[in-house]
Design a protein around this ligand. Structure first.
Ligand SMILES: Nc1nc2c(ncn2[C@@H]2O[C@H](COP(=O)(O)OP(=O)(O)OP(=O)(O)O)[C@@H](O)[C@H]2O)c(=O)[nH]1
Ligand SMILES: [Mg+2]
Length: 395
């Protein structure tokens, strides 16, 4: 089941909403309630009436007109009936694909994310070199994501100041829910996320939670340990240790102690952003990826499953931001997590993709035996020999 929040986020992000109802159940009270909510969203809604197979034409979807969501689209999803028509209707609402020009104009998109009051807006001003956004010592100062385009050394950037993401239990106002959605969208749109932790408070559970979302989105990540000024050596060592212990899943990410207020460590962030951008947008050729895969396998073979060795044959690129490496093989479903992590680190190192969350996707043919000779394992060869010997002796 989806939580209400997930539904809200999905609705906010959608370009068009397909509201599906059941032709066999007919119009229900909850259909009417959902329809009412959707009408308020001011987004295109397609009313999709499913399971029309085996229902008389005249009675079809008749009462659904009452929902006032326009002409219903009748389909039978299980049979694929009318689904192409639905897709065409959906297509009509989709925005044109973002063109390369608009992307170039944005340049490198850097989202500054973190809990309330950690110093996000202060860092944005510091990176811009001017007081552009409001800074205030109170949680919740920034309420909406602010996109600021700028140029530095002839390079284009867009800095995104986001609203602090609070713990869900404390989120009560609609405006706060809205700002969380906006922060998540900013992460989605970014090339690089700078996640700020308040070093004075250390790593909180909420930090770990939001960082998990950044990782899920697959964004290149810099962790800024902010408010480093004024901490003594013992406190600094403690925070560094805490990052290691509480955020072990981010071992790939760059960590930088900074002071957004005084500027120490901030200048260096641009260099890091550049190299992360290069990593996350890298073009990787099939021969190169396949060679690296072969090297990885030669160094450390995948394990055997059921007497057969898992085979990894070739690799190609499946996407950018995050970089995706698609690996084709046999029985890849059985690859253990530890081996996948080994491969991921191997690719990251050889491709110099530090700081980028490389994704591996494994593909096996439906039938692992198709298109290849069935190679026997040593044990099977011996067994066959024994059987042949045995039958010869019998004669
Ligand atoms: N000592 C110290 N204080 C800082 C630093 N960075 C920010 N602050 C202070 O922290 C407070 C909050 O800063 P903001 O930049 O408004 O924080 P924010 O993350 O944008 O907060 P929200 O918009 O509410 O989410 C302000 O009083 C800043 O002066 C820093 O590096 N060191
Ligand atoms: Mg702010």
């Amino acid at each position: 089941m989806f939580s209400r929040k997930q539904v809200e986020i999905a609705l906010q992000e959608a370009d068009v909403i397909c509201f599906m109802v059941d032709a066999r159940e007919g119009l229900s009270a909850s259909d009417a309630a959902i329809a009412e909510m959707l009408r308020k969203l001011a987004k295109p809604v397609l009313l999709v009436v499913n399971k029309i197979d085996g229902i008389e034409n005249e009675t079809l979807a008749f009462d659904f007109h009452e929902l006032a969501l326009g002409e219903p689209v009748a389909i039978a999803a299980a049979h694929g009936r009318n689904v192409q028509y639905l897709l065409d209707r959906v297509d009509a609402y989709l925005p044109p694909p973002a063109n390369a020009e608009a992307e170039q104009e944005q340049g490198i998109v850097i989202a500054i994310v973190g809990r309330p009051n950690v110093g996000k807006s202060t860092l944005v001003n510091r990176l811009l070199g001017e007081e552009r956004v409001v800074v205030f010592d109170e949680a919740g100062t920034t309420r909406d994501s602010i996109y600021i385009p700028f140029e530095r050394n002839g390079k284009r950037f867009t800095l995104v100041d986001t609203a602090g993401v609070r713990r869900r239990a404390r989120v009560s106002l609609t405006v706060e829910k809205f700002s969380i959605i906006k922060s998540l969208q900013a992460i989605e749109k970014a090339h690089v996320v700078i996640y700020l932790i308040d070093a004075r408070e250390g790593v909180t559970d909420q930090d770990a939670h939001i960082l998990g979302l950044v990782l899920e989105a697959g964004r290149a990540l810099i962790i800024g340990l902010n408010k480093w000024d004024g901490l003594d050596n013992e406190q600094r060592a403690f925070v560094k240790k805490q990052v290691e212990i509480k955020l072990p899943f981010l071992d790939f990410a760059e960590k930088h102690p900074i002071s957004a207020l005084h500027g120490s460590g901030v200048g260096k962030l641009f260099d890091v952003v550049h190299s992360l951008y290069a990593s996350t947008m890298a073009d990787m050729s099939t021969p190169l990826l396949t060679r690296i895969l072969a090297d990885a396998v030669a160094t450390h073979q995948p394990p055997m499953v059921g007497g057969r060795r898992i085979k990894l044959k070739y690799a190609h690129q499946g996407g950018r931001n995050p970089p995706v490496v698609v690996i084709h093989g046999v029985q890849t479903d059985s690859l253990p997590g530890a081996y996948k992590r080994y491969l991921m680190n191997y690719f990251r190192e050889r491709m110099h993709l530090q700081g980028a969350p490389v994704r591996l996707v494994f593909k096996s043919p439906e039938n692992p035996f198709s298109g290849q000779r069935n190679e026997l394992s040593d044990r099977q060869v011996k067994k066959r020999r024994r059987l042949i010997d045995f039958s010869k002796r019998k004669k």
